[in-house]
Design a protein around this ligand. Sequence first.
Ligand code: FAD
Length: 512
Amino acid sequence: MNSDILIIGAGVAGLYTALKLAPRPVTVITARPLGKGGATPWAQGGLAAALGQDDTPNLHFADTMQAGAGLVDPEAASVLVDGGKRAVDDLLQYGVQFDRDEDGNLVLGREAAHCRDRIVHATGDQAGAAIMEALIRAARAAEHITILERIVVEDLLTDDNGVVGGALIYDVDAGERAAFDASETVLATGGLGGLYAVTTNPTPAQGHGLAFAARAGAVIRDPEFVQFHPTALNIGVDPAPLATEALRGAGAALVNKDGYAFMGDYHKSGDLGPRDIVARAVEAEIRAGRGAFLDARKAIGAKFPDAFPTVFAACQSAKIDPRKEPMPVAPAAHYHMGGVMTDIDGKSSIEGLWAVGEVASTGVHGANRLASNSLLEAIVFSARIADQLREKEITAPDEPGAPADRMDLPSKPADKKAMARLRAAMSNGCALIRDEDALLDVIDVIHELNEHPSMTSGLKSALVTAEIIAQGALMREESRGAHYRSDFPEADEQAFHTEICATDAYDEDDEE
Ligand SMILES: Cc1cc2nc3c(=O)[nH]c(=O)nc-3n(C[C@H](O)[C@H](O)[C@H](O)COP(=O)(O)OP(=O)(O)OC[C@H]3O[C@@H](n4cnc5c(N)ncnc54)[C@H](O)[C@@H]3O)c2cc1C
């Protein structure tokens, strides 16, 4: 099997890249049926774009820089915010029905750390689903796109010079493994919250793409920056349903079990303070035994079912009526700011490999993602990759590639017990608040699991990514943005990036 251009992943990033490549032929591979397994359909809040009369891309830029705590690349952030209007216009062309007011203007919502109302929504809290529906419809109708569903990528193929030349794939229905040769490969495999026991992400989001890129020798940047969302519904469900920040944008308040609205004690912006600070405040209230709840009774009340149908349904499943009672909440692993380092056009540090969406580190998020910048990032940078590849003269690789990590493991999902152990270790040690001892404990668990008798390709990739996060967190002996080390609570004067290139470690192993 082969294709000039191969895209791994069919969330917003993979599908939008494929659509923008027209008329260049492209193959998109996805592990699950289209629309399943990724985070995009779960996105609630929406997409950030400076569209209001009182707003400008410069203001959006300033908020993005501020949230990223010294690590946002200004060039990447400029590209991001300048692309906001075009992204929304283009999604409207694809048929996404963003919410409008009675005069037909787009409704713009507020989320934390945005100085203006700038989040476009669809059906209240169903922006991701609306975007996916439109992109799937367009991709299925596009003649230049071939979509292969239920095909699991297990590794990248690289030639003797380290150039990526496609992927090692496993066809779930046929039960067969094969090489898929490609001259240019785009990773769009999404995030890694599924490595944590408490997460808002779909369980399959276990960072496999990041492991593939690392094994192939790509630089992974700032892996320690995992964003914990402050308000996952704490109703004992895995994954934890999200109570979108747009609820607080609409006036809902965080309170403890005594009904005290505590956020004013932690940040001057109160409930709409930066996400990391709100998450740590919620954690502190829970640890102090006071509990944390989101109270939407006054601000949203009877409008709740129509305004936030997804959150309302999740509450109902736990027999909670958010019109009449506060919702119990807790922080949960939500978004990965770090990832496969790319340049401004989405190219990774190795030949033949590009990365986009949550798996990428384009530089726009720094140490902390500004709410609703991720869907925008996926759209803006997908279009840039497509611009690079559409006209590129592509030559077939001289020789077929080999899996970067000599993959000879069974093609099965990770062993459930082993995964549960890894997820618990990550939630305990690579947590919202970390320290050296806790991180070393996580690495011990990862090393033990590396010897697991029924190792599979899925478990192996999960372990590689988990270790990269833990190593990044150990290397960063400071607290910045979403990374908080209780043993190094201050930020260093000079902001720096963590860069991990895993092939260095493998080479050292080989020499031993
Ligand atoms: C509950 C929730 C709410 C959110 N709300 C918002 C929001 O309001 N605004 C916002 O901007 N962001 C939000 N986010 C974040 C945002 O949804 C994601 O960052 C974004 O959708 C990621 O898109 P993606 O295309 O990179 O990955 P995904 O949509 O996760 O897609 C990944 C794709 O890769 C495939 N894949 C993965 N591994 C393999 C493999 N080994 N082989 C083959 N295929 C593979 C998957 O099957 C899937 O098709 C939210 C996230 C969550 C979880």
